[in-house]
Design a protein around this ligand. Structure first.
Ligand code: AVJ
Length: 340
């Protein structure tokens, strides 16, 4: 079999690589580089952003429907109950922006209650996902101006260019970033600060951030949420290796890696790992990776915060907490911050 790189070269020589293939190959190259880099570390790891291919996205939807994964359900209940209050705080003539466009349902609960919003700007790296979600939203909210933008929101320059081009007063009173889902929990705290700071730097004083953050709780509840009885989360985790097998020149024996989810209370995070059940070696392109029996690949962190802990983090990024809404069990929080 050819390596990814050889395949491009061969393709170009034979003149049969079209633009789309070239793009896929470039993306595969980056994927391969990140996989090789992560598996070369003393603690092997893989970037969690690669969970979400088509199959992974479907599995994530299925996770959200498990009884153990309280996260999505609880957050939606909070919007259902308090979107009016959120809307009062946000005020009229808001321009709402959402980095990542995966949560049509959540933003819908909010858009439904906003007072004369100027528009909604979903931002995503995938044009396809953006088009799908924008279509659903414009059907659901024909009166709201939906303005999708294809952007990699981890790219500072792209974010800056977009924000500099946004309409200002008097047309727009406030720009508010909507970041639901506790996606911020996937960042290490220092990275979370710089990620949020990038937004604060591009906003004006008085603009806002409405962000969903999962809270610290009993270990048993947390660990069950990331290790559901039907094994969907285990499948979601293993799909990462399956994806590497499908998209890169690799052969992981999926059956020989077991799902593990533990709450690391010291670091206040759920860690997902894939545990090798024997001593084995795995070949990826021209690289070989040796696994001891019991050695793990760390595939995801999902940080859990206290309300005070998270507001201290956001303060470092230039935000002040205005109000927080929680469910009755105190499992999840939706926080409104304003830019200082
Ligand atoms: C989509 C990042 C919020 O961390 O809870 C769910 C991803 N991983 N089950 C989370 C996830 C395993 C999820 N986020």
């Amino acid at each position: 079999m050819l390596t990814v790189e050889q395949t491009v070269v061969e393709g170009i020589i034979r003149g049969r690589v079209n633009e789309r293939q070239k793009k896929t190959v470039l993306l595969n190259k980056e994927f391969l580089a990140e996989v090789v880099n992560g598996l070369s570390k003393p603690q092997k790891k893989l970037p969690c952003k690669y969970f979400y291919d088509e199959k992974g996205s479907q599995l994530f939807e299925a996770i959200c429907a498990t009884p153990e994964y309280y996260v999505t359900r609880t957050e939606c209940n909070i919007y259902e109950k308090y979107a009016d209050e959120m809307s009062d705080l946000i005020g009229d003539k808001v321009l709402l922006l959402e980095p990542g466009a995966g949560s049509v349902k959540k933003v819908g609960l909010l858009l439904d209650k906003l007072n004369a919003p100027v528009g909604f700007v979903p931002m995503d790296i995938s044009q396809e996902i953006l088009e799908d979600s924008s279509k659903i939203l414009s059907e659901q909210f024909p009166a709201i101006n939906i303005n999708p933008i294809v952007v990699d929101f981890l790219n500072k320059e792209q974010i800056h260019n977009i924000f500099s081009a946004l309409p200002a007063k008097p047309l727009v009173n406030k720009r508010v970033i909507f970041f639901p889902g506790s996606t911020i929990g996937n960042f290490d705290p220092d990275d979370a600060v710089s990620f949020l700071k990038q937004f604060a730097d591009n906003l004006h004083t008085g603009d806002g951030l409405l962000i969903g953050v999962d809270l610290v709780k009993d270990t048993a509840i947390l660990e069950a949420a990331y290790d559901d009885a039907t094994g969907i989360t285990a499948e979601f985790n293993a799909n990462l290796l399956d994806r590497i097998d499908r998209e890169l020149d690799a052969k992981f024996y999926l059956g020989s890696f077991n799902h593990r989810a533990i709450f690391n209370r010291n670091k206040s995070r759920i860690e997902m790992h894939l545990v090798s059940d024997n001593e084995q070696s795995v070949h990826i392109a021209n690289n070989e990776f040796i696994f001891e029996e019991g050695e793990t690949i760390h595939t995801e962190n999902s940080y859990k915060y206290t309300v005070d802990g998270f507001s201290a983090l956001a303060k470092k990024a230039g935000f002040r907490l205005e109000k927080v809404w929680k469910d009755d069990d105190g499992f999840f929080s939706v926080n409104y911050f304003s830019v200082l």
